[in-house]
Write a protein that binds this ligand. Structure first.
Ligand SMILES: Nc1ncnc2c1ncn2[C@@H]1O[C@H](COP(=O)(O)OP(=O)(O)OP(=O)(O)O)[C@@H](O)[C@H]1O
Ligand SMILES: [Mg+2]
Length: 251
């Protein structure tokens, strides 16, 4: 569904993403992890057209999309959430979501936008009542709103950037279940960026790990969590020593 080759993003002399290639299959949930500043959101920004890549290609359903404007990418069927939600606080929850639907698959039809908002809000479990205000939403509610806005654009591929940030453990499990439900029930393919690895690993089919803008590991969750390069990045210690210590403990 998505084929990314040799993706590069430089900001001045700094390389935020250096030569990353990956594929996403239809119906898959791909986890994208890596330390702060490793280039995860920058990859999302290039996939969603927030800014063009410095080099490389992005093919979605067989057509090149790199460098297209965000609204054109939304209309091709890629929706995204933002790591930091910035809803319009003077609009109601419903209006925020309907607005996303209006400019997405709603095709500038008010009726279709309202319908998209009803469905998206129902999916994430937010009130569909037209007057409910954004101000009453806590962290979990704001994350749900972010997902509902992305869903209202009618994506085939959803880019979810840190859907668990600021949530407690119960809310995290609920958010993870929701992403799985979005894939299972709506058939939406997902790339999910997250810091909370334990929760992510339970839900994703495959994981890709970035460090300093480069892919250092990719594969099934069980294989990636035992990859010495990944252990080294996350524990900041010599991986051999870590594994030796773990083996010692098991004895
Ligand atoms: N618009 C920009 N201009 C300059 N530098 C940027 C810009 N966007 C990102 N960067 C830099 O690129 C690097 C990668 O940032 P990015 O936001 O992709 O990281 P991330 O993996 O999403 O991190 P986090 O887990 O903290 O969200 C960082 O060093 C960041 O400061
Ligand atoms: Mg980020």
């Amino acid at each position: 569904m998505l084929v990314v080759e040799g993706l590069v993003k430089r900001f001045g002399g700094f390389t935020a993403v250096g030569n990353v290639s990956f594929k996403v299959d239809q119906g898959e949930i791909l986890g994208l992890i890596g330390p702060n500043g490793s280039g995860k959101s920058t990859i999302f920004n290039m996939l969603s057209g927030t800014f063009p890549p410095t080099a490389g290609s992005i093919a979605f359903e067989g057509r090149e999309i790199s460098g297209l404007a965000p609204h054109r990418i939304i209309n091709r069927g890629i929706g995204r959430t933002f790591q930091i939600p910035r809803p319009f606080r003077r609009l109601s929850i419903f209006e925020n979501v309907a607005l996303a639907g209006f400019y997405g698959q709603g095709g500038h039809s008010r009726a279709r936008a309202d319908q998209a908002a009803e469905q998206a809000l129902g999916m994430v479990g937010l009130p569909t009542d037209r007057a409910a205000r954004v101000d009453g939403l806590g962290a979990a509610g704001l994350k749900k709103l972010e997902l509902a806005k992305a869903l209202a654009t009618g994506p085939k591929l959803l880019l979810a950037d840190e859907s668990l940030g600021g949530l407690d453990e119960t809310e995290m499990d609920q958010a993870a279940d929701m992403l799985r439900k979005i894939r299972d029930e709506l058939g939406i393919t997902i790339i999910w960026v997250e810091h909370i690895m334990g929760v992510l690993m339970r839900v994703v089919d495959r994981v890709m790990v970035l460090d300093h803008g480069e892919k250092i590991s990719e594969g099934l969750p069980s294989a990636v969590s035992n990859d010495p390069r990944v252990i080294e990045v996350y524990l900041g210690t010599d991986a051999d020593a870590t594994q030796a210590a773990a083996a010692e403990k098991r004895r």
